[in-house]
Ligand binder design. Structure first.
Ligand code: HEM
Length: 219
C-alpha cells in the first residue's frame, strides 16, 4: 500500500475516503469492497432520483413553476427545489428496509422472536393516506414549512444506519431541479408504466422527454 500512499501524495486530490484508508494503511479487500459497493449503489440511487425528477418536472408544468417561485422565507422554510426532491423521494424512491432480530424483542406491543427477518415497509408508510393526504399525487407543498414529521418519512433509512449521503443527495437534487427549470421547458414525448430496474423501480424504458430552451431566468 506504500505505493498507493505515494501516488496519492503526488496527485494532490480533494480529501476522500479512499485516501483516508490508504494513508491510515487500513485499505484491505473488505474496505475496498465496501467502498465500491457504496459508490455503485449510491450512483444508481442518485441516477434513479434524477430520472424521476425529470419525469415529474416534465409531467406537470406546475412543478416547474413552483420550482421557479420564491416563496417568503422564515423559520423552517424549505427551498421549492428541495421540497420537489423530498416529495419525489417519498413517492418514487422509498422501498423497504430489512433487518434480522438478533434477540427476542417487543416492539409496539408485538413480540419479535430472535432470528426473525423484519421488513420495514417504508413505501407503504409513504403512501398511507392517513399520513399523506392524496398520497399518489406529487405535491411538493407538503414539505414546505416542516409539514412532514421525521417519524413519518424515511427515504434514507432509520436510526444508526441512516444514509450517509443525505445532504449530498439533497444538494445535488436541488441543483439538478434548479438547472432544469431555469434553462428548459420539459414535456413528455412518450411514456409507459414504471419498471423494476437493478435496485429500484424506475420510469418506463419508453420514457422520452422533449427539452425546449427557454430564456434563462435570473434568481
Ligand atoms: C437517492 C439517493 C439515495 C437514497 C434514496 C439512499 C437511501 C439509503 C437507505 C434507505 C439507506 C439505509 C439502508 C438500511 O438501513 O438498510 C442508505 C444507507 C447508506 N447510504 Fe444511501 N441513499 C442515497 C444516496 C447515497 C449517497 C449519494 C451515498 C454516498 C456516496 C450514500 C451512502 C450510504 C451509506 C454509506 C449507507 C450505509 C449507512 C450505514 O449502514 O451505516 N447513499 N441509503
Amino acid at each position: 500500500m506504500a505505493g498507493h500512499a505515494q501516488a496519492l501524495k503526488e496527485h494532490s486530490s480533494p480529501p476522500g475516503l479512499l485516501g483516508h484508508f490508504v494513508r491510515a494503511n487500513t485499505l484491505d479487500e473488505t474496505v475496498l469492497g465496501n467502498l465500491i459497493q457504496m459508490v455503485v449503489v449510491a450512483s444508481y440511487d442518485l441516477g434513479g432520483l434524477c430520472v424521476w425528477l425529470l419525469k415529474h418536472v416534465a409531467d406537470d408544468p406546475m412543478i416547474a413553476d413552483f420550482a421557479r417561485s420564491h416563496p417568503a422565507g422564515g423559520a423552517g422554510a424549505v427551498r421549492p427545489a428541495l421540497a420537489i426532491v423530498r416529495e419525489t423521494l417519498r413517492m418514487e424512491q422509498s422501498e423497504l428496509l430489512l433487518r434480522v432480530a438478533t434477540r427476542d424483542i417487543v416492539f409496539d406491543g408485538i413480540f419479535i422472536p430472535r432470528d426473525s427477518h423484519v421488513r420495514i415497509c417504508v413505501w407503504e408508510a409513504h403512501h398511507d393516506p392517513r399520513i399523506f393526504d392524496d398520497p399518489f399525487r406529487h405535491d411538493c407543498r407538503r414539505f414546505m414549512g416542516g409539514g412532514v414529521g421525521a417519524g413519518d418519512y424515511a427515504p434514507f433509512g432509520l436510526d444508526k444506519h441512516r444514509c450517509l449521503g443525505v445532504d449530498w443527495t439533497h444538494a445535488l437534487g436541488e441543483v439538478f431541479v434548479d438547472e432544469l427549470v431555469s434553462g428548459f421547458r420539459l414535456t413528455i414525448a412518450s411514456d409507459g408504466p414504471p419498471e423494476f430496474g437493478r435496485f429500484h423501480f424506475q420510469p418506463s424504458g419508453r420514457l422520452a422527454i422533449a427539452f425546449t430552451r427557454v430564456p434563462i431566468t435570473e434568481p
